[in-house]
Design a protein around this ligand. Structure first.
Ligand code: OGA
Ligand code: ZN
Length: 384
């Protein structure tokens, strides 16, 4: 297994030339900090046992030796680390990208025309019983931002069982779930028969729930159609059409608020959140729950120009998919990316949805485990 053709070192850096022509330049301090020996890492959990202050910033490499699959590094002050070549290939910062699975760069951005045929619906029974089916649905949530499940039993509370298939319920002031149906003196426009413009839920919650589910139990009204759209795609268009507007919405933090007799939730956050590479990682848009805008006076005009531009993009029909949820159907979506809306509906008839929230990290974790378990079982089959 000669994956390394050559290596050199000096006091500050180890340089490895890989067989495929790539090169890694690894700083002494990084190597020490990533030491995999049992005195540096707990062998069971793999967690670090040492703190960065346990060794000097200017520590140096005293010597390096290579065996076929190990690089043995002696440091000064005295410490010996052994790294497997496989570990170095998998972890080296020169040849591995710093993946951010929340970022726009790792998503399928979409608009209406991206769906040539009807959107896939995943049968609930298969979702619960076949790992391949659950992987496909959860992968859609990760890549496209949403998945639709069909044939979910029309039982009140079933939505909580759906959440338990991939994660944990985020309780809110509504409890573990909320009822979406017309009520008198509603504390939220969602609980009337009015249409709702494109929005993400709960931008006033910190952290915002990363996953939202809406389960249709009854639907016999005229109207009440569901609309979804990709907030990352819309933010991309904003950046293309006016980079200044994009910067304004990512740099100007604003307050969101929800208040009723029992609740007063507030968060100060940007409408568009970017990561260290300026890639979009979260959007928040909810005209109903923006609190009083308190901006520096010289920023007000620019903010409104940018906010209105983003809102105008969100109204473009070519970015939206529209469908009517039938009883038994459930939408599961990334509430940091996918905007939802609904059309107004008639007084006659009944429309009853139940909603619940969960978190993206739990869903991603379930997906990752299911994928590696499936790979292991396929490898075991192949070896038979
Ligand atoms: C909500 C909501 C959409 C609908 O309750 O957050 O947006 O289809 N409902 O009723
Ligand atoms: Zn909503």
């Amino acid at each position: 297994m000669k994956q390394i053709t050559q290596y050199q070192f000096d006091a500050h850096q180890l340089t490895i030339h890989w067989k495929d022509g790539r090169q890694s330049e690894l700083a002494a301090i990084w190597l020490r900090d990533h030491c995999q020996m049992p005195d540096s890492r707990d062998p069971v959990s793999g967690q670090r046992l040492m703190n960065i202050t346990d060794f000097p910033l200017n520590l140096t490499i005293a010597n390096v030796n290579q065996t076929d699959d190990l690089m043995v590094i002696d440091f000064k002050p005295e410490h010996r680390s052994e790294f497997s070549v496989d570990w170095l290939i998998a972890n080296c910062y020169c040849i591995n990208s710093q993946a951010d699975d929340r970022s726009e760069s790792n998503k399928n951005l979409w608009q209406k025309s991206s769906f040539k045929t009807n959107v896939t619906k995943y049968g609930y029974l298969n979702f619960c019983t076949l790992p391949e089916s659950k992987i496909a649905a959860l992968q859609s949530v990760k890549d496209d931002g949403f998945a639709i499940l069909s044939d979910v039993p029309c039982e009140a509370g079933e939505i909580l069982n759906v959440v338990s298939e991939f994660g944990f319920v985020r309780h809110t002031n509504y409890g573990p779930l909320f009822e979406v149906r017309t009520t008198v003196n509603a504390n939220n426009l969602a609980f009337t028969n009015r249409g709702l413009g494109c929005h993400l839920d709960n931008p006033y919650r910190d952290p915002v729930p990363g996953i939202q589910l809406l389960h249709c139990l009854q639907s016999s009204t005229v109207g009440g159609d569901s609309i979804l759209q990709d907030g990352f795609m819309a933010a991309n268009l904003l950046r293309e059409e006016n980079p200044q507007h994009f910067d304004t919405l990512s740099q100007q933090w604003i307050n969101y608020r929800f208040q009723d007799a029992d609740t007063d939730l507030q968060a100060r956050v940007p409408m568009l959140e970017v990561n260290d590479k300026k890639e979009i990682i979260k959007v928040r848009f909810n005209n109903r729950s923006i609190a009083t805008l308190t901006l520096p006076p010289n920023k007000v005009t620019a903010f409104y120009a940018a906010y209105r531009h983003y809102a105008e993009i969100l109204e473009r029909k070519e970015l939206q998919i529209t469908f009517k949820l039938a009883p038994g159907e459930l939408i599961l979506f990334d509430n940091t990316r996918i905007m939802h809306a609904r059309t107004a509906f008639s007084d006659a008839g009944t429309r009853h949805l139940q909603g619940a929230y969960s978190d993206l990290d739990g869903l991603y974790s379930t997906l990752s485990l299911l994928k590696s378990q499936l790979l292991d079982s396929q490898n075991a089959q192949n070896q038979k």
